[in-house]
Design a protein around this ligand. Structure first.
Ligand code: ADE
Length: 224
């Protein structure tokens, strides 16, 4: 899978993909992330990409021309399955959306800034608008990083143990069960006996019960 990201703050998107699972995904050639500086398509030599909003009001708006030119230039190289705008008024990200997006070949993400982007770009280029939660960030970059991470780890071969994404919280609308590691007795706090007896069938049953219990206590809405 290839993900292109358009941003006015490319530096913000360097580190998130240089570590751990995202790093491995790229090293294995399963994921390519290309970050593009929107100023490359600025309207003038000063690197302008934003302007005052029509109708008045505080805050700048990202101009349509740099975004349209960037999208068109990048689209010449490959057809994007989705052009995603990260925005607090988009559909709220969940595991199902990440699963669906992980099946795509090419995704372009647009990070908004200031007051947002000229609405004509949303109307004529963007195919999907995604929010990572009901709060407002300073820009779309951190949201894009979250989205790339949640998609990238689902690509076949990225996680060492192929099954481990299957048991993530939310993968079947259930929260993950509790986990334990050594020592068996930590300050007198013991690991549940069931995990120590080697009966894998019983352990799976226990984990499933724990998942159900956690979900009904913490996120009952998921069980509907
Ligand atoms: N940009 C600013 N806030 C955001 C959010 N919550 N989700 C996605 N993009 C954003």
């Amino acid at each position: 899978m290839r993900i292109d990201i358009l941003t006015v703050l490319p530096e913000l998107l360097k580190s998130p993909f240089e570590h751990s699972i995202m790093k491995r995904a790229q090293e294995k050639g399963l994921l390519e992330v290309h970050v593009h500086h929107l100023r490359k398509w600025a309207v003038n030599e000063y690197g302008q990409v934003d302007d005052y909003q029509y109708g008045g009001g505080a805050g700048m708006v990202m101009m349509p021309e740099p975004l349209a030119k960037a999208i068109e230039e990048l689209s010449k190289e490959r057809k994007y399955d989705e052009i995603i705008f990260l925005t607090p008024d988009g559909e709220t990200l969940n595991q199902k959306i990440s699963n669906t997006l992980s099946l795509k070949e090419n995704i372009l993400m647009i990070c908004g800034h200031y007051k947002g982007i000229d609405d004509r770009i949303r109307q004529h280029f963007v195919t999907r608008e995604i929010s990572i939660g009901d709060y407002v960030l300073s820009g779309g970059e951190l949201a894009a990083a979250v989205l790339v991470d949640s998609i990238g780890r689902l690509l076949p071969g990225v996680l060492n143990d192929e099954t481990s994404a299957l048991f993530d919280s939310f993968q079947d609308n259930l929260l993950a069960p509790p986990v334990y590691t050594r020592p068996e007795d930590f300050r007198g706090w013991k690991v549940p006996d069931i995990l120590m007896n080697g009966d894998h069938k019983k352990i799976e049953e226990w984990r499933h019960e724990q998942s159900l219990q956690r979900t009904s206590e913490r996120r009952p809405g998921l069980l509907d």
